[in-house]
Design a protein around this ligand. Structure first.
Ligand code: OSB
Ligand code: MG
Length: 367
């Protein structure tokens, strides 16, 4: 695959509902998209960085700058055998994994199209449908939260994840557990607690949660291992797992019993598969996280979720939960039993709606 040109653009997409977490509120997504053209095929990639560097250090402005200044020049003109060959080309740029992931994933899509194989096959996937859960942001009231959960359960979703933070935790779990004693329920603190909250976090055990996601510092593994010794509920690490070495360290230290794999957070499909493999080797289940992706990232998450150790429902849900109109056709849909069929056609099986993307584009540069 000779890399002939790359387009970088920023689109703005209003969310159907604001998404509120312990670190902030999102009303409209600012999304960087990349298009890589090589010898007659085109691959699209989505950068999962947000407008603000609140979930991670990266944001739209830094990712665009690093792509423009470093990553795109490192790629242009090269001929790659396979998408993962971009990893050494990017290696001297430290961090900036979401920026790298967007370009790498576009190359995987291009490779799948060039070889006329489904993306899942290229990644090593084994399942034809994936299990879906939802992530429910902080709500204004418990009544509103309960209504939201009822809607998602009626739609068939197999796991409900509640965002939480100090002062908005036990009361939420109590309300939802009382009404639905047997559902798969988990929570995500996005680093809102410290080890001084260990006694309080212990009280979560009585709600029989599938996991508590990233309770402590975003960059911490060691303190999670201390916390895990004090609580029964399994810890799932999200923010703290940047690569397969982190996953190995976290698992061997006993810092988590479950790993959330976000392809952008770990820098692209090559590393995401490695994280999966490390967890699988240790008997630790993984699931695919979400970053409020547009259809491009969402479709790629569907394919990643088909790997064998993705045994828990992911945060990969229907396009219509987030967007009035998604930028792919068909949009991602979820069956009444909370599953998504993994398209078994060359590429991702979703077409990119370029007209709509043009209308949503704020900035565009071609290199
Ligand atoms: O921590 O998983 C998270 C969204 C933005 C940033 C971080 C997270 C999330 C979600 C949303 O939980 C999951 C989704 O895309 O549906
Ligand atoms: Mg999370």
């Amino acid at each position: 695959m000779k890399i002939e040109s790359i387009t970088l653009r920023e689109i703005h997409m209003p969310l159907l509902y604001p998404f509120v977490t312990s670190f902030g509120k999102e009303i409209e997504r600012h999304i960087l998209l990349v298009t890589v053209r090589c010898e007659g095929v085109t691959g699209w990639g989505e950068c999962v960085a947000s407008e603000h560097p609140y979930y991670s250090e990266e944001c739209v402005a830094t990712a665009a700058a690093v792509m423009r200044q470093e990553l795109i020049p490192a790629l242009l003109g090269h001929t790659l055998e396979r998408a993962s060959d971009c990893v050494p080309l990017f290696a001297r740029v430290r961090g900036n994994r979401m920026a790298k992931g967007a370009l790498e994933n576009a190359l995987w899509e291009a490779e799948a199209c060039a070889k006329k194989v489904p993306l899942w096959k290229l990644l090593g996937g084994t399942r034809s449908e994936i299990a879906c859960g939802v992530s429910i942001g902080l709500q204004e009231s418990l009544d509103r939260l309960e209504e939201k959960v009822a809607v998602e359960l009626a739609a068939g979703y197999q796991r409900i994840k509640l965002k939480c933070k100090p002062g908005m935790d036990v009361a939420l779990f109590e309300r939802i557990r009382n009404r639905w004693p047997n559902i798969l329920l988990s929570c995500d603190a996005n680093s809102a607690y410290t080890l001084a909250d260990a006694e309080h976090l212990k009280t979560f055990d009585r709600f029989d949660l599938l996991m508590i996601e990233q309770p402590l510092w975003h960059d911490d593994i060691y303190n999670h291992s201390k916390l895990q010794k004090q609580i029964k509920t399994r810890i799932c690490l999200d923010e703290a797992i940047r690569n397969a070495r982190d996953a190995e360290a976290a698992i061997e230290l006993g810092a988590c019993g479950i790993v959330n794999v976000k392809v952008g957070r770990v820098g692209g499909f090559t590393e995401a598969v490695k994280v999966h493999d490390v967890a699988q080797k240790h008997g630790i289940p993984v699931w695919c996280g979400g970053m409020l992706e547009s259809g491009i990232g969402r479709a790629q998450n569907v394919h990643l979720s088909s790997l064998p150790d993705f045994t828990l429902p992911g945060d990969v849900s229907a396009s219509k939960r987030y967007w009035a109109e998604d930028i792919i056709e068909p949009e991602v849909t979820v069956s009444g039993k909370g599953t998504i069929a993994v398209p078994d056609v060359p590429g991702t099986g979703y077409r990119v709606n370029e007209d709509l993307i043009e209308r949503l584009t704020i900035k565009k540069e071609t290199f």
